[in-house]
Each structure stands twice: as C-alpha cells, then as structure tokens.
Design a protein around this ligand. Structure first.
Ligand code: ZN
Length: 299
C-alpha cells in the first residue's frame, strides 16, 4: 500500500523490507519509503533500489548515520568485537531468530548495532527465548572482557536490557520457582505517587529473594555468552575481520560466517515445581491447511 506510486527498480526486495520491519507502523513504513526516495534523489538516481531502502530502514530505526571521523581505530576494533559478540551469541542460541545485520557504523548515540529479526510478527515469548535474549544482550560485554581484558562503558544499555528482562521474568511472568507465579511488581502503585517503600506489596525477605533471583538470571546469561564466545573464538575473529573491512554485514554474509558455529547446548528442562512434572504426551499436530496459510503470508 505504501509502495504505491513510488518508482522502484524492478528487482526491489519487498520481502526483505517485510522481514526487517516487524512492528513498524504504517507511518514508519511511509517514512522508510520517503527516506529511500530522498536518498536516491540526493544520489541523482531515478529509481528506489534495495540499498536505499536498507539504509532508510536503519535511519528510521536508529537515526541518521554519523561520520566515524575522529573515532580511534582501537575503539572501532573494540566496537567490532562488541557487536560481533552480540551477533555470535545470537546465532549460537537455540531459540533466537536469524541475525540479519551487523554494523560498526555509528548511528545516533550507538557505536554500532546488531539486528536479530523475526521472520514473522510475534506476540509472546517463551522462557527460553527470553533467556536467549539476555545471553545475546550480554554478548557484546563478554567479547570485550574475553578479548581485551578491560571492558568499556559501551555495554550499559545492554546491561539495562538484560536486567529489565530478568526483572520481568521474576516479577511478572512467574519464571522463578522460588517466587512462584505471583505478580510481585508494583508498577500500578508507582503511578499513584507513593514512594517505593510505601507502594511495595512484599516483605524485605521477598525483596531479597527477588534481588537474588534477578542476579542469578543475569549471571547465567553472562556465563552462557562467555561459553559461546570461548567455544567460537575463531568464528568471532573472522566476523570482526570482515566487519573492519566492510563496516556492515548482511544476512547472507553472516550466514556464511556462522556456517560452522558451535551452537549453545539446549537448556535443561525447567519445572515451576519439582512436584509438577511435565507430560510426555505431545501436542496435537498443526493442521496442514493452517500451515499453508501461514507460509503464504510470510512469502
Ligand atoms: Zn551492545
């Protein structure tokens, strides 16, 4: 619908656009096409091509590209290992969508970024998918630790993200067997202007267990990322070599680098309580008629 009336090259990859823009609103998509048209106009091109669309998606997602002038080469290499660490851990996890792009071109406030794109829109996430996301968030920091022995401040957003996921898992999603399936968070009360102590619905002892459970989850993610990076140092180094050379790697280039990746092992089965074991009886199969509809939509 937004593609109407804009001149595209004949082989424009609208599937790539769909894959890279899950969760985009109509206005976001319209912005992407306007940005792409502007980029082409500025370059003197008559038709919108895939490269312009790719760049436009980045601009709408993360702000315009900053010139990397003045960035120390050591910092650039550090960024390549940091982003490479994210991408490697994401690719090694069992429940994570494919890595579609890694770049060390600075944008907005970010030194680089790594994109993991679901091939279909998703509305919920499993416990293992969240644990994967935490490990993948820690991947940048761990690569800096392992390779340079002196991590930078560049991982603060990643740490914030991993901590937030862990807190949600413990406080809202019932993913801690010690704390049970209770909504412990008091976000509703925070809005009412009460300070944290007055608003809190749980005891000091529970507060302490929450802290312990959150720390345990983040530490586990940190260790999982560490194991992936140590098991795949050769893959990480090759990824960094190519990033320093090309600045941005696309899904196909990444798939080649990750062809021989040593995957992280499946996690052991989690039970909400040892007295509530799981069933060995499988779910019913998904009817073939539904599978056809689903694959037609993602085409
Ligand atoms: Zn990062």
């Amino acid at each position: 619908m937004h593609a109407k009336g804009k001149p595209f090259v004949p082989d424009v990859d609208l599937h790539m656009v769909a894959v890279r823009t899950p969760g985009f609103t109509g206005a976001d998509l319209a912005n992407v096409l306007n940005e792409a048209a502007l980029l082409c106009a500025r370059a003197g091109a008559q038709l919108i091509d895939n490269r312009a669309i790719d760049e436009a998606i980045d601009r709408v997602q993360a702000g315009p590209k900053r010139v990397s002038r003045g960035m120390a080469l050591e910092e650039l290499r550090n960024t390549a290992y940091h982003e490479g660490g994210h991408a490697l851990v994401a690719a090694a996890m069992q429940n994570t969508d494919p890595v579609t792009k890694v770049t060390i071109l600075p944008r907005g406030r970010a030194l680089g970024y790594t994109a993991v794109m679901p091939t279909q829109d998703r509305y919920s996430q499993s416990r293992n998918e969240l644990l994967d996301q935490m490990a993948y968030a820690m991947g940048g920091r761990v690569a800096e630790e392992v390779v340079f022995h002196d991590p930078t401040t560049g991982a603060s957003n990643d740490i914030e993200k991993a901590t937030a996921i862990a807190r949600h898992m413990v406080l809202e999603y019932g993913f801690s067997s010690r704390l049970g399936a209770i909504k412990w968070s008091d976000e509703d009360n925070q809005d009412s202007g009460l300070d944290g102590l007055q608003a809190r619905k749980y005891s000091d002892k529970t507060a302490q267990i929450i802290d312990e459970e959150v720390l345990k989850l983040v530490e586990r993610a940190h260790t999982e990322a560490w194991e992936v990076i140590n098991n795949n140092r050769d893959v990480l180094d090759e990824l960094v070599r190519q990033l320093l050379e090309k600045e941005t790697l696309n899904e196909k280039e990444l798939a080649e680098i990750f062809a021989n990746i040593r995957k992280a092992p499946e996690r052991e089965l989690w039970l909400s309580d040892e007295h509530r074991p799981v069933s060995s009886q499988p779910p019913v199969p998904i009817p073939e008629s539904l599978q056809n509809v689903s694959s037609a939509q993602s085409e």
